[in-house]
Design a protein around this ligand. Structure first.
Ligand code: OAD
Length: 237
């Protein structure tokens, strides 16, 4: 059992949460077809119109607290629990559905929607409700300096050293529900392939931009293909 792989890195994107009712970004009806990402997901957009940016993230926080994890999130939590080697789940998602499904070895490289950060004192706090310009920082008392603890375009993703170390040593890399259009995550498969030893797998609804770099590809809804793949890995296949 489970002898084939010793170290697994899983990368997830918005597609894994699509069947939980959270919209993806670039699909038909995706968030970036309705909102201008330059206005709501960049530091410059926030400086220009903080009210618009707060409204956007307030709406997303509300959607998230009403959503629940799906079979794909639960399957990855089970993989973490039952796999007897190294395991790391790296997510581009700012939702907390992986945690709610039971994942713990998890890095949110694009930040977390249910946290806020104070630009004055840098403190990070859990925040489930609305945020506006009048909200005072619970730590330093400054008003107007709070922002969502998410990584915007033009900002550095989080945990990159830990992620690079895991990619260097994994022997299975699995990319789930991501279009492969946003770097650095889109470059992880190439980084893993440079080591030459890892098996690389894409699980997605449609081929991603980098699909040809994966040794194995399985296409279908995450709630179907992820549990089936996890069963196979745990059986040593
Ligand atoms: P995208 O919206 O770019 O891509 C979503 C992917 O999920 C697509 O390849 C779809 O085919 C796939 N998909 C849709 N429904 C699915 C389902 N039910 N099962 C499996 N796959 C499905 O989202 P991401 O690749 O996550 O960053 O986007 C990457 C980053 O761009 C995000 O983290 C966000 C965004 O702008 C920031 O905001 C910094």
């Amino acid at each position: 059992m489970q002898k084939r792989f010793r170290s697994i890195v899983v990368l997830t994107g918005a597609g894994i949460s699509a069947e939980s009712g959270l919209g993806t970004f670039r699909d038909k009806d995706g968030l970036w077809t309705k909102y201008d990402l330059q206005e709501v997901a960049t530091p410059e957009g926030f400086a220009r119109n903080p009210v618009l940016v707060h409204d956007f993230y307030n709406a997303r926080r509300k959607n998230l607290v009403e959503a629940t994890p799906n079979a794909a999130h639960y399957a990855l939590a089970e993989l973490e629990r039952r796999f007897d080697g190294q395991f790391l789940l790296v997510t581009q998602n700012v939702d907390d559905l992986h945690e709610r499904a039971g994942s713990t070895r998890l890095l949110h490289m694009h930040g977390e929607l249910l946290k806020i950060r104070c630009e004055s004192c840098d403190s990070v706090r859990v925040w489930r409700g609305d945020l506006d310009l009048a909200t005072a920082c619970p730590d330093c008392g400054t008003s107007g300096g709070l922002r969502p603890h998410v990584v915007w375009f033009g900002e550095m993703p989080l945990y990159m050293d830990d992620i690079a170390a895991a990619l260097d040593t994994c022997d299975l890399f699995v990319s789930i529900g991501t279009s492969g259009q946003v770097y650095p995550a889109a470059g992880f498969v190439a980084e893993v392939r440079r080591g030459g030893l890892a098996h690389t797998v894409e699980l997605n609804l449609d081929p991603s931009d980098g699909f040809s770099l994966f040794a194995e590809k399985i296409y279908g809804p995450a709630t179907e293909v992820v549990p089936a793949f996890v069963t196979r890995v745990l059986a040593g296949g």
